[in-house]
Design a protein around this ligand. Structure first.
Ligand SMILES: NC(=O)c1ccc[n+]([C@@H]2O[C@H](COP(=O)([O-])OP(=O)(O)OC[C@H]3O[C@@H](n4cnc5c(N)ncnc54)[C@H](O)[C@@H]3O)[C@@H](O)[C@H]2O)c1
Ligand SMILES: NC(=O)c1ccc[n+]([C@@H]2O[C@H](COP(=O)([O-])OP(=O)(O)OC[C@H]3O[C@@H](n4cnc5c(N)ncnc54)[C@H](O)[C@@H]3O)[C@@H](O)[C@H]2O)c1
Lengths: 207, 207
């Protein structure tokens, strides 16, 4: 399997390529890309080679060509449909974030078990009760469930959605969910970013 | 330097230990911890050994002892003060997230350049104008600036805060910021999580 460090970089390459495409730049060099990251040119070329896309000697990589190769490689030109559970602070921020669609993730329904919230609008959705999930799953092919529910509810919701056949979970609750072997699980621990910053600050004796 | 993959795991160990401490569990084994992660016991023991903490043969690791060793190792028992720029959807969710304090990050002031927002409350803060930053910096030792501003404003805000002597940036805007050699930068690309899920879904042919 590909190391996550590599996969983490690819979306950033894609971002830079999108910006260059908007400026009608035709080509980009690995040196230009290396200038953005703390990696050297050979690492950039190695990363790109995994997508199978080749540059043109003396010119570099075609901006449009490489962008499309990355999209195909990451599978972001397939449209993954997602449902989101937990229309709270973080869930609402994610629902209204246009950036997710750029990476092939389209939220098509939002669920929350708070009776006060059910039926009220968030973004361009009306919040649904979790009991409506079977109806939504019958009408759409749902690839991913995004969990922005409290820690105490996360495992229960995870079991609910995987029992309905959803095969990928993007979990924001700060705990390790247990899922079957056939389910793809990605834990996002936003607080880990804070811990890493604390660690590096401590190490560099900025204290 | 430590591989990020290792550092990413440590906050999760800390979470599990916090839960065990609440349940008054005295000891925990590396086998128990391995059950939560997709890593084997030797990897758990290797990760823990980096903090210098030792287990007790036959018993395992003292829950309290290991928790404190991780806190000291990550530096999360030092209190890092942070300022946040961009009191929008994501910024507001982060301001109200108690989990950040668990990892040693305390937001002490919130800035936004939208005149409508300046002076209004968010969480237990009143939103300040960026022009108030010098006053805040004179009264507090600010370790970290959290950037939840739009992509177009991020580099300018980054330059503003590093010029004032702030040494660490936690950037949520989807672009690569350029900072001096003495500044610690962590980019959080939430959309990368979506891209990785798309990639793994495509690979496992769930389509
Ligand atoms: N706010 C942040 O910045 C942030 C950052 C990192 C992680 N997190 C984590 O993300 C999760 C959400 O955080 P938040 O700040 O948005 O919390 P929140 O309390 O604002 O929102 C949680 C929502 O989940 C709903 N909910 C609870 N149980 C449910 C269930 N069984 N089914 C459907 N909906 C349910 C609640 O009604 C509420 O609307 C938490 O686990 C938190 O630890 C939040
Ligand atoms: N919403 C999400 O879930 C999400 C997810 C991933 C990344 N992001 C990124 O995080 C950033 C914030 O996203 P959002 O959805 O909260 O946007 P938003 O528009 O809701 O909030 C941005 C805030 O920044 C303020 N601002 C603009 N320029 C500023 C400046 N120079 N100084 C101080 N404040 C300034 C605006 O007034 C606004 O309040 C964006 O870069 C976005 O791409 C957001």
């Amino acid at each position: 399997n590909l190391p996550e460090q590599y996969l983490k970089r690819i979306p950033f390459y894609h971002q830079i390529l999108s910006e260059l495409a908007l400026k009608n730049e035709a080509y980009v060099s690995s040196r230009y890309l290396a200038g953005f990251f703390n990696v050297d040119e050979t690492q950039i070329r190695k990363d790109i080679s995994l997508t199978g896309y080749k540059g043109k000697p003396k010119y570099g990589y075609s901006v449009q060509g490489l962008k499309e190769a990355i999209e195909a490689y990451l599978g972001i030109n397939y449209h993954n449909t997602a449902v989101l559970f937990g229309a709270g602070k973080l869930g609402t921020a994610l629902i209204e974030y246009e950036g997710l669609a750029d990476y092939g993730l389209e939220i098509i329904a939002v669920f929350d078990n708070n009776p006060v919230k059910i039926g009220s609008p968030v973004g361009h959705f009306n919040i649904l009760s979790p009991s409506a999930l079977p109806r939504v799953i019958r009408s759409f092919d749902i690839g991913i469930a995004i969990l922005t529910v409290p820690k105490t509810a996360a495992q229960e919701v995870c079991d609910q959605v995987t029992a309905m056949g959803i095969k990928a979970i993007w979990n924001f609750a700060p705990l390790q969910l247990s899922v079957g072997m056939d389910v793809i699980l990605r834990n996002e621990n936003l607080a880990a970013g804070a811990a890493l910053l604390s660690y590096y600050l401590k190490k560099s004796n900025h204290r």
